[in-house]
Design a protein around this ligand. Structure first.
Ligand code: LMR
Length: 330
C-alpha cells in the first residue's frame, strides 16, 4: 500500500473512532426509585436510545435525586447541566407555567381513560407548547397514578384532615386542596419526605402507592386511605437548545424511542401501583382504609372549592376544556 493511502486510512480510522468514543450524552435526572413507573420508563428509554443509535447516544439515568432535588433539576435543565427530566405535573409552576396545575385539581379524573383524553388530546399538546418560551420542549406525558392519603391517624372523613400537617409538592392547587379540608400543607422536596414523616415534621402525605412503597413511607405512616382523590403523572422535558441542536437523524430516532418509552410507562403504571399497594398491605406496617362511594363523595364535595379558587391561576379556558374532556361535574 502506498504511504498516502495508508495515511488516509489512518485518518479515517482516527476520526471514526473519535466519533465512536464521544457519543452524545443525555443526562436524565429524576427523583424516584428505579422500580417505579418513571424509573422503569427512563431506563427503557436509555436502552432503546443506545441500541437504536448504535451507541451514538449515551443516556445516563440518575434516579432517586442522586444528582438534583426537585427544584434544582428544573434549574439544571434550563442551564443545560442535564438534558432530560420527567418532573411531576405539579412542579411546573415555578417555571412560570401554572396551567399544568390543572392536573392537580382534586377528583378531576376518575380513571386513566379520562386522564388520557387530556394528556393525549389537544389540551395536553397546548400545555406542552407553553414550555417552549421557557427554553424547554415537552416531549411526552408519562403516567404514574392516583394518589392515596396517608397519616398516623385514620383518615376516613374530610374532617379527619383538620390540623394535619401534610407534605405536598410545590403546587398551589395542592395547597388549596389541603386547606379545603382544614389540613396544613407543607411544600417539601420528594427526597426529604421519608425523614419528615419519620421525625414528625409532617404528619402525613399524598402520593400514588408506587411512590409510597418504594420510598418506604408506609413504614412511617400508620394509615393509608385509598382516596384516589387526585392524579400524579409526568411530562418528559428536554432542553430546547440541546434537542434542536441534535443531528436530525438522531433526533428522529430518539423521538421514536420516546414514543415507545411512553407506551411502556403507561403500560406499567397501573400494574406497578397495584403491586405496590398489595406490598404495602402485605407488609402489615400500615392499615389500609377503603372508602365507600358515599364516603368518597364527601371528600370530593369538601375539596371541590379548590377548583373555583384556582380558576384565576390556571385559567377558566383550560379548566373548562378539561371538564369537557373528562365530564367532570362539581
Ligand atoms: C413527589 O414529589 O411526590 C412526586 O412528584 C415524585 C415523583 O416524581 O413521582
Amino acid at each position: 500500500m502506498k504511504l498516502k493511502t495508508l495515511l488516509v486510512l489512518a485518518l479515517v480510522l482516527a476520526f471514526g473512532s473519535t466519533a465512536m468514543a464521544t457519543p452524545i450524552v443525555i443526562k436524565f435526572s429524576h427523583v424516584v426509585a428505579q422500580n417505579t413507573p418513571k424509573g422503569q420508563a427512563a431506563d427503557y428509554f436509555k436502552k432503546l436510545a443506545e441500541e437504536r443509535t448504535k451507541g451514538r447516544v449515551k443516556v445516563e439515568v440518575y434516579p432517586n435525586s442522586q444528582l438534583y432535588k426537585d427544584k434544582e433539576e428544573m434549574e439544571a435543565l434550563q442551564l443545560g447541566a442535564v438534558q432530560m427530566l420527567a418532573p411531576s405535573l405539579a412542579k411546573f409552576a415555578p417555571l412560570g407555567v401554572k396551567e399544568f396545575e390543572v392536573f392537580d385539581l382534586p377528583f378531576i379524573f376518575d380513571d386513566y381513560a379520562e386522564l388520557h383524553k387530556v394528556t393525549q388530546g389537544p389540551v395536553g399538546a397546548k400545555l406542552l407548547k407553553k414550555l417552549e418560551s421557557k427554553g424547554i420542549l415537552g416531549l411526552s406525558y408519562w403516567d404514574n397514578g392516583f394518589k392515596v392519603m396517608s397519616a398516623n391517624k385514620p383518615l376516613k372523613t374530610p374532617d379527619d384532615m383538620k390540623g394535619q400537617k401534610m407534605r405536598i409538592q410545590s403546587s398551589k392547587v395542592l395547597d388549596a386542596q389541603m386547606r379545603s379540608v382544614g389540613a396544613m400543607p407543607q411544600v417539601m422536596a420528594f427526597s426529604e419526605v421519608y425523614q419528615a414523616l419519620q421525625t414528625g415534621v409532617v404528619n402525613g402525605t399524598e402520593n400514588p402507592p408506587s411512590n409510597l412503597y418504594t420510598q418506604k413511607m408506609h413504614e412511617v405512616q400508620k394509615y393509608v386511605t385509598l382516596s384516589n382523590h387526585g392524579y400524579l403523572g409526568y411530562a418528559v422535558i428536554v432542553n430546547k437548545k440541546f434537542w434542536n441542536g441534535l443531528p436530525a437523524d438522531i433526533r428522529t430516532i430518539l423521538e421514536g424511542c420516546m414514543k415507545d418509552a411512553t407506551s411502556y410507562a403507561n403500560l406499567v403504571a397501573k400494574k406497578d401501583n397495584d403491586e405496590a399497594l398489595a406490598a404495602v398491605r402485605k407488609s402489615g406496617k400500615s392499615q389500609i382504609i377503603t372508602l365507600s362511594q358515599q364516603e368518597r363523595a364527601a371528600w370530593k364535595k369538601a375539596m371541590d372549592k379548590s377548583h373555583k379558587e384556582n380558576v384565576g391561576r390556571i385559567g377558566a379556558d383550560i379548566i373548562n376544556e378539561v371538564y369537557a374532556a373528562t365530564g367532570y361535574k362539581p
